[in-house]
Design a protein around this ligand. Sequence first.
Ligand SMILES: [Zn+2]
Length: 722
Amino acid sequence: MTSGKGKAPAGKSKARPAAAKTKGRTGGRATPSRARAAKTTAKNPFLQRWTTPFEIPPFDRIRTEHFKPAFDRAFAENLDEIAAIAGNKAAPTFANTIDALELSGEMLDKVAAVFYNLSSTDSTPQIQAIEREIAPRFAKHGMAIYQNRALFRRVDALMRAKAKLGISQEQERVLERYHRGFVKSGAALDAKAKKRLAAIAQEGATLGTRFSQNLLADEQDFLLMLESEADLAGLPDSLRAAAAQTATEHGHPGKHAITLSRSSVEPFLKFSGRRDLREKAFKAWIKRGANGGKTDNRRLVADILALRAERAHLLGFKSPADSTLEYSMAKTPANVKKLLGEVWGPARARALEEREALQDAVLAEGGNFKLAAWDWRYYAEKVRKTRFDVDEAEVKPYLQLDNVIDAAFDVATKLFGLSFAERTDVPVYHPEVRVFEVTRGGRHVGLFLGDYFARPSKRSGAWMSGWRSQRRLGGKDVRPIVVNVMNFAKGAAGEPTLLSMDDAHTLFHEFGHALHGLLSDVTYPTVSGTSVERDFVELPSQLYEHWLERPEVLSKFGRHYQTGKPIPQSLLDRLKAARNFNQGFATVEYLAAAIVDIDLHVLEEPDGLDVDKFEKKTLKKIDMPEEIVMRHRIPHFQHIMGGYAAGYYSYMWSEVMDADAFRAFEEAGGPFDREMARRLYDYIYSAGGCRDPADAYIAFRGRLPTTDALLEKRGLKRAAAA
Ligand SMILES: [Zn+2]
């Protein structure tokens, strides 16, 4: 799972609760001058009805200059709608408040979806300029809605009368989401507390920015110069070239250098034969943010935690973790800790076995020292090479992009009865984009767009997004339009594009998200498709990856692009074994960080916390092997000081679930078992956020997930039994 994955469609939205996260100043509204608006109406596609096939945005007619007037109109329209709902003289009902909110902001949705998809896939300096201008307006817009006292009173009244409203489970979830959006924005607080909440948000943002800037400064200040050939011992050509490039960028042309960015220092630790240099680089790397002086983050962390605790208390929670987890599948810090704890034991046991193997490797080459943290990656790479001599590049000729796309489609056909037909009569935003109409039993399901190749105007990573989410509210069956965006290197002219196994997994992963959007079958946009809890959203995507490496799929679609021969099973087996190697280390490194994250955010009074002491104490409690350092130490734990507080666990949470969910198929009739596929469709892929995620999982699986299948998948099972 990478950070770019799983971006929800049309994420930048308006009145709906998803926008509750937006922070910013409250303020007035922008209304375009009527004369100007009238003049642009004639040509601006956003101000006209779309007559394109499937009402897809008329990309061929949309110009950059259309966005600003369209945003102006859309913000104004939405605020008028909100004012009408809030000012309604009639007593609040579900229909005149929640339905009305759900139906509002249609134009803002459309403009934002086109704009933000374009800004990440085919950006220009002009689009970036609009982006900078629009971001604070979205923040302001969110505040104008979620701090609207009259509107909150209506939602709150409905929430209190929930049991007597006679509403469906789905409606109840929608109501709860709105209510939560208001409460977390401080709408329920008195003026003084509200003011303090705003101040906390502002102060927190400032401290968060300083945290990242300090970290960047520490990473940039350090340069390990590799002066001589001896300093380059062990480094492969690609790494030498990168180190030469780094040196040039830092004003030392003709030399080699390593920085503290992960992409520079981690390969160096893996390959450098110079133990003294590894030690130097490693020690600097793990001290980022804790070097004393102006860039030290330790005090900042304590201040940020204190602000978060204060915010949680203001909102009525015991701790920041309790506040974050209230609406998640995990629900409580205790549940998170229980899950992490279950994996910790077997992972640690495996890591200790790995440590022994690495120590043996040290001795075997005549080294007379005890393995240290800066040795781990180096000896792990050596052992991996001797035990599983496998080159990822061997797989590529078997994985042609077009075939992997077909494979992803074929799995969806077998599981859910979907058909895919390419359409060339639909406008696209870039000539490389492919469009497929998705149908089920002859009925239109939605449009799937594939945008597969890297280009300079696209941001890096891979993600799913969309222009329209499925909904039925208002008597109209609106079908989704979703996209998968990748950054594959395009094959040379006349040659097919070949993927690595990782690339193929990414394609299946994002297609799993796409199916979650496409198969959605709900009434309300707020709970449509991928609009589910943060620790649940990766289930449909990660689960889908399991089908890729099934023999039923690979033997058919994984064929050599020259010989047509299927990929050899022995090659797959070797790859799998190589992948399982060093999983003890990887799991321990990750889990330690996840445990520290949760422990930090359950603190009720973190004021003046001694970050070093806290980290040491927590690691001692779990008996952290001293040769492994947590993946992100607190002074440079960007994830949790950014927006992912008490959320680092969710990578493991999702992995536990996807392993357990696929096991359900294996326990039934195999990977395409019809009854399991039906349940998967009913309770997961089509259900959006209509249910509590734990209930949805139980409906699918018959019980909550256990860690058993994950331990097996990561190859930790044997250690568990030992
Ligand atoms: Zn994802």
